[in-house]
Design a protein around this ligand. Structure first.
Ligand code: TXA
Ligand code: MG
Length: 326
């Protein structure tokens, strides 16, 4: 096999203590290691090393004006990176460790380099709950930036194999901790200004956040406040057709609950996000099923209507982005 000088031998290791130590060594040396979190798999690099961060942007094919989330082991470590408002602290205490990212004023020290922040004076930070992510963060003395471990613009990975499919040869170690339970990225709340705003719906429902913050504002349309939230993000190769009630020619079908459309037999392939119409289960299956239906070769994936409450807001958001013209 021909290799260029930047190609790496990617090792997929079961996430036991020895493998986590090896991943920590890779990060310490400025390399890239992918690891499971409770939302999706992340591609990790040490946040304080501009060269490691540059290599991370290159591996993903991600534009370097799109800032990264710093992952910290606990609230104290997170507070060393950014100045938390009272609201931010309340949210952190309620939801960390867990699938919430807070945007706060960056302290401007070099623990998260400017490149990782894409030059902004704010910083996105989160404390993940997954045991492997916790163990990894606990064994290094720097924060770890970790975008979802997919090629830029592609569907986020929820298994180690998904990571390998996208980034083999570009990452040194992939820690395999089994399928991600949450399945959809963290909720992002901007607490850097006077009012809290929802920048990305995600693993924690808006209604849960609003119990603490009151009604959340949203990101202004003209302003690029979560630059990664461009319309055509999270895209499979196939087109998506949302709120479908029947199957058209050359379509695969992504269901939610029952009944299935009367002509479902026409579909090239059928997967049901949650036979019991459970939104948590649907979120955890979303990306894996999109990948699987995409692999069926169907030109279009028809998607059943999915309710917009609770986790449904994030599921519908990701589907709408995947459906947007590329
Ligand atoms: O669940 C998750 O959050 C996963 C896991 C691996 O932790 N990570 C993840 O990272 O989804 P990524 O890079 O795929 O998405 C981060 C989003 C991007 O849309 C980025 O633009 C936004 O966070 N972001 C980062 N820093 C920001 C900042 N200072 N202000 C506003 N948005 C920011
Ligand atoms: Mg991503």
């Amino acid at each position: 096999m021909s290799r260029d000088s930047t190609s790496k031998d990617t090792r997929i290791l079961r996430a036991d203590a020895a493998a986590i130590m090896q991943a920590a060594d890779v990060l310490r040396a400025g390399g890239l290691a992918a690891f499971p979190t409770e939302t999706v798999y992340g591609l990790g690099a040490r946040a304080d090393d501009p060269r490691a961060v540059a290599a991370l942007y290159a591996a993903k094919g991600r534009p370097s004006f799109n800032p990264l989330i710093a992952h910290a082991r606990d609230i104290d470590a997170a507070q060393q990176l950014g100045a938390f408002s009272e609201t931010a602290l309340s949210l952190a205490k309620r939801f960390w460790p867990g699938p919430l990212t807070l945007v706060v004023r960056a302290r401007g020290n070099d623990a998260v380099c400017e490149l990782a922040r894409a030059g902004l004076d704010t910083l996105a930070v989160r404390v993940p709950s997954h045991a492997t992510a916790q163990a990894l963060l606990g064994s290094v003395d720097f924060p770890v930036v970790a975008p979802s471990a997919n090629r830029s613009g592609h569907v986020s990975p929820t298994t180690a194999q998904h990571v390998a499919d996208d980034l083999s040869g570009k990452v040194e170690i992939i820690l395999d901790g089994g399928p991600s339970k949450g399945g959809i990225e963290s909720t992002i709340v901007d607490c850097s200004g006077t009012t809290s705003r929802l920048l990305r719906s995600g693993g924690i429902a808006r209604s849960e956040i609003e119990k603490i913050t009151g009604p959340l504002g949203s990101a202004g349309k003209e302003e690029v406040s979560a630059p990664g939230m461009t319309a055509s993000h999270y895209a499979p190769k196939a087109r998506l057709r949302l709120d479908a009630s029947g199957i058209r020619e050359n379509e695969a079908f992504l269901g939610f609950g029952f009944p299935l459309p009367a002509n479902v037999g026409r579909a090239r392939k059928v997967l049901n996000l949650s036979p019991n119409a459970d939104l948590t289960e649907a979120a955890s299956n979303l990306y894996a099923y999109l990948r699987e239906l995409d692999a069926s070769g169907a030109a279009t994936i028809a998607v059943a209507p999915i309710p917009g409450e609770g986790l449904g807001e994030a599921i519908r958001d990701r589907l709408a982005r995947a459906a947007a013209p590329k």
